[in-house]
Design a protein around this ligand. Structure first.
Ligand SMILES: [Zn+2]
Length: 166
């Protein structure tokens, strides 16, 4: 399973080296029926809660950063320990929402690997371990039996353009 986390969320499933379900709208599965309205018309879609756009907007709001700041610049701002501590609850909420979507994906597809690309890769060092920990702490026996290897795309943010991942 390849997921692109950027302004939205895209996904593709690879089976025996071939892409299947190329048109799946994985970003528009509801993970919170009380969540905010998505551009697609549903509420609480995976991408309204777990896209990198959502994370960046929440960090900008929390730290009162300039609205024009880039994702790369935000990442640099978080190098400062005090600043990082201020947004840790934002990161935890983001990871919890992201893990909800991934758990649904795990239950449906039982993937061997979930590879994540998009601008998420730039935040790997502060998000990936939290994400893996959150999924491993799940109580559902179905999830526990099928926890995949969760990794970031080795072609980094270019994976979606190149059309390949790991
Ligand atoms: Zn939607």
């Amino acid at each position: 399973m390849f997921l692109t986390l950027g302004t939205g969320i895209g996904g593709a499933v690879y089976l025996n080296g071939k892409m299947v379900l190329p048109k799946m709208e994985i970003g528009h599965m509801t993970i919170n029926i009380n969540g905010e309205k998505c551009t697609c018309g549903r509420n609480g879609c995976f991408e309204t809660l777990a896209s990198m756009r959502k994370l960046k907007n929440d960090i900008k709001e929390k730290l009162k950063l300039d609205s024009e700041i880039t994702g790369k610049e935000i990442r640099e701002v978080l190098e400062d320990e005090n600043t990082y501590n201020k947004v840790e609850s934002v990161l935890d909420t983001y990871v919890r929402n992201l893990s909800e979507g991934l758990k649904n994906i795990i239950n449906i597809f039982h993937p061997e690997i979930i590879s994540i690309g998009g601008s998420f890769v730039h935040y790997k060092d502060i998000l990936l371990d939290k994400l893996i920990e959150e999924i491993n702490s799940e109580d559902s026996s179905f999830i526990k039996q099928n926890i995949p290897n969760i990794t970031v795309a080795t072609l980094k943010n270019e994976a979606g353009i190149i059309g390949a991942t790991i």
